[in-house]
Design a protein around this ligand. Structure first.
Ligand SMILES: [Zn+2]
Length: 375
């Protein structure tokens, strides 16, 4: 029997079809990249193979108090033996780099027209059939360890917290840049999830525009407040707390939920209990707890699906404070167990073979709560 649920935020229906997970090859043809780099550019000692460091966090320091090491080519060479996390420009960026003066002529044109106007899209449609822009932004790589490890779960708790501290520092850095409107941190593990190198790393992209999907999400959140007089996430947490079926973890600061209408199997969303629009402004305590929770959830995924690729994404409010009223930062983790097939392409209606209640129960079983709460 299948059940169809509505995802209010994405404004789409999701079909839950548990019988499909019984198909003979379900969840088997997923595999992680096993690339065997002869010379990994992210390993300690190979810093000369990458662009100059933008941020270097040292080894054996607590994330909240660690001073930054100097950045740049020379500094990177000097600190070869001490770094734990390095942030470098992506050698193959998805966007044209922002110019030193900040904006291209084209950016200036469309941004000045829409600056600080959260009711209008940042990219105006110049031609209904063939609008196109040459967009710029920043694309960075966060190298999470100097050792050739391929998972965040192989890092110590202190090292893992340092990675999340790097995310926070880089988002704060780019948010202060006048040219940029939006930033996102994400992690791809395995070729099915989009990774091209196996050395544990994550990425940050900041753009001179608010991407259309993010813009629509912000609009939906404001619409929910206008329609129901309440905050979307506050309502969600309240309903999930009453239902007690899809909560994976809860503390004073954070809640992890398998969303009611999750469009992919085993997706877990972690969000702050309090209304916090920006990940980069969260407290060090919350950041540390989030790092531990993410590490445990990834360990759970690796245990349940040993060869599965996975992603995580940190959503934070667009840089323009006008969006903050309805937004709440959140981390989404999901293994890549299913492929987008013909029906999804044709209908934009997803089929999920795992009911979220079952996903939450299995994830709960795998988490080591005593370790989590001790941190
Ligand atoms: Zn390496």
């Amino acid at each position: 029997m299948s059940e169809t649920r509505y995802d209010w935020l994405a404004d789409r229906w999701v079909i839950f079809a548990p019988n499909r997970s019984q198909r003979p090859d379900e969840f088997r043809h997923v595999h992680r990249s096993s690339s065997s780099e002869v010379e990994c550019p992210f390993c300690l000692g190979n810093e000369q193979l990458t662009p100059e460091s933008l941020l270097v966090l040292p080894r054996r320091s607590k994330a909240s108090t660690s001073p930054q090491l100097p950045t740049g080519r020379f500094a990177s060479q000097r600190s070869n033996r001490t770094w734990q996390v390095r942030v470098i420009p992506n050698k193959f960026p998805a966007l044209a780099p922002i110019s030193l003066s900040g904006l291209s002529d084209l950016d200036v044109g469309h941004l000045s027209e829409n600056h600080n106007d959260s009711k209008r899209p940042v990219l105006p449609m110049l031609d209904p059939l063939q609008s196109s822009y040459q967009l710029s932004g920043v694309h960075e790589v966060i190298v999470e360890t100097p050792k050739h490890l391929n998972s965040l779960t192989q890092l110590s708790p202190t090292q893992c917290k340092l990675v999340f501290e790097a995310y926070r520092q880089r988002l704060n850095h780019w948010r202060a840049h006048d040219a940029l409107r939006y930033g996102v941190v994400f992690k791809n593990v395995g070729s099915d999830a989009g990774a091209s190198l196996s050395h544990s790393h994550s990425q940050l992209i900041a753009t001179t525009f608010v991407p259309p999907e993010v813009f629509r999400c912000c609009q939906r959140l404001m619409q929910y407040r206008e329609s129901y007089g309440k905050d979307f996430f506050e309502d969600t947490i309240e309903k999930e707390t009453i239902a007690q079926k899809r909560i994976v973890y809860r503390s004073e600061r954070l809640i992890a939920i398998a969303p009611f209408a999750s469009h992919v199997p085993y997706l877990v969303q972690v969000l702050p209990i309090k209304d916090e629009p920006r990940f980069e402004e969260t407290s060090s305590q919350t950041l540390g707890e989030l790092a531990m929770l993410a590490r445990q959830m990834l360990a759970a995924i690796e245990k349940m699906f040993p060869s599965a690729a996975y992603n995580f994404v940190i959503h934070t409010s667009p840089f323009d404070p006008n969006w903050d009223q309805s937004f709440r930062w959140r981390l989404e983790i999901f293994p890549r167990l299913t492929k987008v097939a013909g029906f999804e392409w044709g209908s934009d209606c997803f089929i999920n073979p795992v009911i979220p209640e079952e996903a939450a129960a299995r994830m709960r079983e795998q988490l080591n709560l005593s370790t989590l709460l001790a941190n």
